[in-house]
Design a protein around this ligand. Structure first.
Ligand code: CA
Length: 225
């Protein structure tokens, strides 16, 4: 298993250094950013498994850093706060933090919270399947079931359905569908998409009397969960 990477955004050097050493001792790879702007920069430009984020930071405060990270990334964020007030905790969680640890904290508690969060975000119980409602698709075996009933699809139909499920509840234009499923920029006829959507509907929607694939007039299609 690869080592998890944790970014520590904390301006108090003693705390940052201590936490960093403890995390390394536990087998994590760490880096420290000493102010909000550097933290945001590192958060957005490198890959992290988790970010520890102090609230009171020079440059850009932790709440703002959290909000900006969350706008583009789902990385787990634990806020470190000297202030224990309820409004701060709520604000932190509203800004997209996953957890908060009030200072001063016992390092064991911090480590435990990190372990829990990493386990939660890295365990995907149905990793082998993608689903939408009662429709379940297994990309490795290429099996499809709806409402417990097995459905037989051609390779292209399968790819189309998988693409719809992975982009469920998003409207997709015919051009985008072509590019994602057929794999190239298609400049000519896009009605091949309509043809395949019809095949797919006849197998996954029509027999079940509850359509998942919707036509969005003038735009394209959407699988709506
Ligand atoms: Ca601070």
């Amino acid at each position: 298993m690869s080592q998890n990477r944790i970014l520590i955004v904390e301006d108090e050097e003693d705390i940052a250094g201590f936490v960093s050493l403890e995390l390394q001792h536990e087998g994590y790879i760490t880096d420290v950013a000493g102010d909000g702007r550097e933290g945001l920069d590192k958060a957005l430009n490198e890959n992290w498994d988790l970010i520890l984020l102090d609230i009171m930071l020079p440059g850009l405060n932790g709440m703002e850093v959290c909000r900006r990270i969350r706008a583009v990334s789902a990385v787990p964020i634990v806020m470190l706060t000297a202030r224990q007030s309820i409004p701060d905790r709520v604000a932190g969680l509203d800004n997209g933090a996953d957890d908060y640890v009030p200072k001063p904290f016992a390092i064991e508690e911090l480590l435990a919270r990190i372990r829990v969060l990493l386990r939660r975000t890295q365990t995907q119980p149905d990793e082998d399947t993608v689903r939408a409602g009662d429709l379940v698709l297994n990309p490795s075996t290429r099996e499809v079931e709806r409402n417990g009933q097995s459905i037989s699809l051609t390779a292209r139909e399968f790819d189309l359905l998988e693409m719809f499920i992975r982009n469920k509840n998003h409207v997709l234009s015919r051009e985008v569908i072509l590019e994602k499923v057929w794999g190239y920029d298609f400049t000519g006829e896009t009605n091949v998409v309509d043809v395949y959507v019809r095949y797919l509907r006849n197998k996954v929607d029509v027999p079940f009397d509850s359509p998942l694939i919707q036509t969005v007039r003038g735009v394209g299609y959407m699988l709506k969960e």
